[in-house]
Design a protein around this ligand. Structure first.
Ligand code: AMP
Length: 198
């Protein structure tokens, strides 16, 4: 299962990607997490990426693309993946599709939430790039650079209201996915994740 999550910063992409990754048994690949890991380890890539992360700018496509390409050659991605935070620009989407020839995406999920709500959520999160000014800037970058992807992916797109209990949002995604792929989801896994006996 190959899924891309799109949504403004604070829409809950990381939370949903982590749950979907467990439910669908495919890796969760977050470019933000990959960059933060590189930055905290002080690798050359991390040192280069850091100033973009700190200012809320996008890391240039050639750096981001190379890092994702590398990750997508790893064996655990053969069964699929949940991409969280990539692609974030139309050129990145084109690069991704060139990388994935023969491994088409199954679904692109848009997590929809109002700007007022995401700013409140992010202010409560406390990451170094979560000051109000940088948050607002990242929202502008989203509208300018990333929102055009919604049209680019219109044939694969599932728009989900990302407000309310986390599990309900996951259910909306999984129902949309089941409708699109017309494949039943693995019931025991569903039950295990909700803490219910099968
Ligand atoms: P995130 O954890 O997805 O909010 O990403 C945090 C930061 O990492 C962003 O503000 C960007 O600086 C950088 N970043 C993450 N993904 C990408 C991407 N696909 N392209 C460029 N920069 C990215």
């Amino acid at each position: 299962m190959r899924i891309v999550l799109i949504g403004p910063p604070g829409a809950g992409k990381g939370t949903q990607a982590a749950i979907l990754s467990r439910r669908l048994v495919v890796p969760h690949i977050s470019t933000g997490d990959l960059f933060r890991t590189h930055a905290s380890r002080g690798t050359p890539l991390g040192r280069e990426a850091r100033r973009y992360l700190d200012s809320g700018e996008l890391v240039p496509d050639h750096i981001t693309g190379g890092m994702v390409r590398q990750r997508l050659t790893e064996k655990d991605t053969e069964r699929g993946f949940i991409l969280d935070g990539f692609p974030r620009t139309v050129p990145q989407a084109m690069y991704l599709s060139a990388m994935l020839t023969g491994r088409e995406l199954d679904l692109v999920v848009e997590l929809r939430v109002s700007e007022g709500l995401v700013v409140q959520r992010l202010l409560g999160r406390g990451r170094p790039d979560d000051t109000e000014e940088i948050i607002r800037h990242r929202q502008r970058v989203y509208h300018r650079e990333t929102a055009p992807l919604l049209n680019h992916y219109k044939n694969l797109l599932l728009a989900v209201t990302a407000v309310g209990p986390v599990e309900e949002i996951t259910d909306r995604v999984l129902e949309g996915l089941a409708r699109r792929t017309a494949r039943p989801l693995s019931a025991p896994q569903d039950h295990a994740d909700r803490g219910m006996s099968p």
